[in-house]
Unconditional design. Structure first.
Length: 150
């Protein structure tokens, strides 16, 4: 028996940072995301965001690579959102994403951070937040590609 704990804070940005996640219908998207995570035998602790991005705090099985999970999440939600009349401006997700591991001891701090997205973004743009988030996790940013979609 192996004992593994994986806790990921994942950030997805809409293609070209389009304001495509309609606040009145975001809970439907969140429920759909939760279903995908459940299908992977994962656990969603919190999802939230703004019209141009999502934050997720999830625990995934040790046998599931983060990149594989994010790819499937983006493909599934893209199909669903494009077919859903409540998200008419959604054209897809950005190719990039951010995903970092945390200790279970950080869980409540991250949950509260995700809960506070609406307030947080009254003071800071998504670009500023995304940059700080990436840099705080000691990942180098290649400016040629940062927040640029083809």
């Amino acid at each position: 028996m192996s004992y593994v704990s994986t806790l990921y804070h994942i950030v997805l940005r809409t293609h070209r940072s389009e304001m495509a996640i309609v606040e009145d219908h975001e809970k439907k998207l969140y429920a759909y995301v939760n279903g995908i995570i459940n299908n992977f035998n994962g656990k969603l602790y919190r999802v939230g965001g703004m019209p141009d991005h999502l934050h997720l705090l999830v625990s995934l099985p040790a046998t599931l690579a983060l990149a594989s999970f994010v790819k499937e999440l983006k493909v599934s939600t893209s199909k669903w959102m494009k077919a859903n009349p409540h998200f008419p401006k959604f054209t897809g997700w950005s190719q990039e994403y951010a995903g970092f591991t945390y200790s279970i001891h950080d869980k409540d701090k991250i949950i509260n951070y995700i809960k506070g997205q609406k307030e947080h973004h009254k003071k800071m743009t998504f670009g500023e937040e995304y940059r700080r988030f990436i840099e705080a996790n000691a990942v180098a940013i290649d400016e040629r590609y940062f927040m640029k979609d083809a």
